[in-house]
Design a protein around this ligand. Structure first.
Ligand code: SAM
Length: 426
């Protein structure tokens, strides 16, 4: 007998066992993932076919095994599936999927998934699996067994699943990762953050974007160990969690560029100012025969001093964080169009449109942000209206945007000196 029936999207699931995890607030997370996967799977098929054709034209074996877009298999793993709701929605709402493996370690969860798969009549697409997520992924690390996409939606921190996940995604495949341990990522426990994510978190006004960037660097570090690297498509901070969508590619040469995508973070305890210091850099090497060869160099930025130049207070050191772009603007625009064209498919369509519109406008070249309340709170002044602050920055000749992660955010490349000068005139 069902204790609860849940309808979400095109899925209807029954919960007989209370212990199996279901969170209605995550509908936005599931809707967004469906929108992203709908666009991604289209691209993936074309990309795979192009690669197969390239190999053929070079006289190499077509290991991709495909000659037409319709032949490209798209297999997805939901490694931590709980009720199976997410997998069932993927099966019913995303065209193009060949097979989904819905896995969970809990026997009760797997029983629930099995019943719901039959109830929704998607046995032809969904295969249930009762295994430890890591063990299952290690069994799929051979290139011909890899998944086109792997979804990791654990309780808390996802890092224990990353080593196996980065090896089991196809070249050009997608990794979808949720983290809900926001206290750790947002600076309440920097030491724990280092142990789990390999980066020190900081308690700052921009902690939600910093959390995204810590998770991205963590995935990149895991991928680099296997000569693979990430290309972020979309990175979202919402409610009590963060969610990133990254493509994974293989290439030892590209991995050398990782240090230029990472930075240490200097946070002033006095005025809250943040300064980034890149770990490395790369530029074309004119002495190499091949023009695409790059030369590593130490970035030409002055070292950040022990004391802040604005208020002479000490710095806290955090990071490393991912300091390269966290979204692909073109991809995000296509997801927005897809949701606008099919609002009936998504219970949270309006919210997705709102969040992604902000994401699209974020200044990609500027990591992190100020917040209006913290800036004025520091100097005990009444807060300036956002519009006035933004106009002042524009008048000073600098671009400005919001971050989707905070309503009071100010993203700008304007130097801190310019911001303090604006505040002095208030
Ligand atoms: N993705 C689900 C959704 O959208 O409704 C929610 C997943 S829930 C947050 C996390 C699930 O991970 C639980 O059902 C738990 O049993 C399972 N789990 C925890 N550790 C696991 C492991 N090592 N391998 C596989 N499943 C695991």
């Amino acid at each position: 007998k069902a204790i609860k029936t849940i309808k979400e999207g095109k899925a209807e699931i029954c919960l007989k066992i209370e212990k199996v995890f279901y969170n209605p607030v995550q509908e936005f997370n599931r809707d967004l993932s469906i929108a992203v996967l709908s666009i991604f799977t289209d691209d993936y098929k074309v990309e795979k076919l192009n690669r197969a054709e390239k190999k053929l034209s070079k006289g190499l074996n077509n290991t991709e095994g495909t000659n037409e877009v319709s032949e490209v298999p798209v297999t997805i793993l939901e490694a931590l599936s709980a009720t199976g709701l997410r997998s069932i929605r993927y099966a019913k709402e995303i065209p193009n999927i060949t097979k989904i493996v819905a896995n969970d370690l809990s026997e009760q969860a797997v029983q629930t998934i099995r019943e719901n798969v039959v109830f929704n009549n998607v046995q032809n697409i969904i295969e249930t699996s009762h295994d430890d997520a890591c063990m299952l992924m290690y069994k799929h690390k051979h290139p011909i067994k890899r998944f086109a996409a792997i979804d990791l939606d654990p309780y808390g921190c996802p890092s224990i699943f990353l080593d196996s996940a980065v090896q089991s995604v196809q070249d050009g495949g997608l990794l979808l990762v949720t983290a809900t341990d926001m206290a750790v990522l947002a600076g309440n426990s920097p030491e724990t953050c280092y142990c789990k994510y390999g980066a020190v978190s900081l308690k700052t006004k921009c902690c939600h974007e910093m959390a995204l960037r810590i998770l991205l660097q963590c995935i990149e570090q895991h991928a680099n160990r296997y000569s693979r690297y990430i290309v972020p498509l979309l990175s979202i901070s919402a409610d009590f969690y963060i969610r990133v969508f990254v493509k994974i590619y293989s290439g030892a040469f590209h991995c050398k560029k990782t240090t230029s995508k990472l930075s240490m973070v200097y946070h002033c305890v006095g005025c809250d100012n943040i300064t980034l210091h890149p770990l490395g850099g790369f530029k074309p090497n004119p002495t190499e025969k091949k023009p695409e060869q790059m030369k590593a160099y130490l970035p030409n930025v002055p070292p950040v001093g022990e004391f802040c130049v604005h208020c002479n207070q000490r710095h806290h050191l955090g990071g490393p964080i991912w300091s390269a772009p966290i979204h692909d603007e073109v991809f995000v625009s296509r997801v927005v169009s897809h949701v606008q064209d099919n609002p009936q498919l998504f219970g949270t369509a309006k919210r997705i449109e709102g969040v992604l519109s902000m994401v699209r406008e974020e200044l990609q070249e500027v990591p992190l942000y100020y917040t209006l309340d913290k800036l004025f709170g520091r100097v005990h002044l009444e807060t300036m209206p956002m519009l006035v602050m933004r106009s002042a920055i524009l008048n000073a000749g600098y671009k400005v945007s919001y971050s989707h992660a905070s309503k009071l955010s100010i993203k700008t490349a304007a130097p801190a000196q310019v911001i303090w000068d604006i505040i002095r005139t208030w």
